[in-house]
Design a binder for this molecule. Sequence first.
Ligand code: NAD
Length: 260
Amino acid sequence: GLKGKVALITGSTSGIGLATAHVLAEQGCHIVLHGLMTQDEGTALAAEFTTQYQINTYFSNADLRDPACIHEFMDAAVEQLGSIDILVNNAGIQHTQDVANFPIEKWNDIIAINLSSAFHTIQKVVPAMANKQWGRIINIASVHGLVGSANKVAYCAAKHGIVGLTKVVSIECAEQGITVNAICPGWVDTPLIGKQIDNIASDKNLSYNEAKYQLVTSKQPLPEMLAPRQIGEFVLFLCGGAAKGITGAALPMDGAWTAQ
Ligand code: NAD
């Protein structure tokens, strides 16, 4: 089992990351929580996890746009909980605009948070995982790591990039008991997509739920959003013994989006 393993999930204050933290905590993993909330809010969240699951926790609100900040965060986490056995690179942001008008700052932030941060965290965890001859690295990519969509130039570039990063690290680490995979979800019901739903609702004069349905069915044959916890359960599967042979894969969980 995973009891006593240390799992670090970036962006675990919300959405998919938070749900994944709960799924791994239920298994008895110690959890490094991370994301953009105040230190007080984060400390309270970590305390809830400690009480609910009888595990050790650590919280950081390190800004993933800053590599020095990431290194400091990872060092502090290891000092508090021990070396990282399971790394879930999940934090991510979105901005939608056509390429000609795409703000440079948004491009830089999306590449830094959705792609480069995973390079930095992976670099930090691989040596200790190799020493232990066991490790699990799971990158939350997206269906947009496999196909493109209009108005998502930075997001698609970052997500395709993380699929490439996943492949290379999986090859390098294959003899060290470390598996490295990317999960490629379709629509997941989280705050990340709220703005896209709001835009459709106001453009087409629809209710929030009507707009949500339109957004989902515009690309995804399965006419519903995934629940964040479903991604967490997939992460859990990839951490288990049955998934030992799955490495270097970009695994769609996309309601047939990329089957078309
Ligand atoms: P979310 O907005 O609910 O959570 C994002 C998390 O990232 C939060 O904890 C936030 O604090 C953190 N974060 C954002 N910017 C940060 C920064 N600069 N520094 C540190 N942390 C930062 O989003 P979500 O939908 O749960 O997304 C999680 C991952 O799943 C993302 O990588 C996203 O691209 C991916 N994904 C989401 C969907 C979807 O439909 N929601 C689909 C496919 C993939």
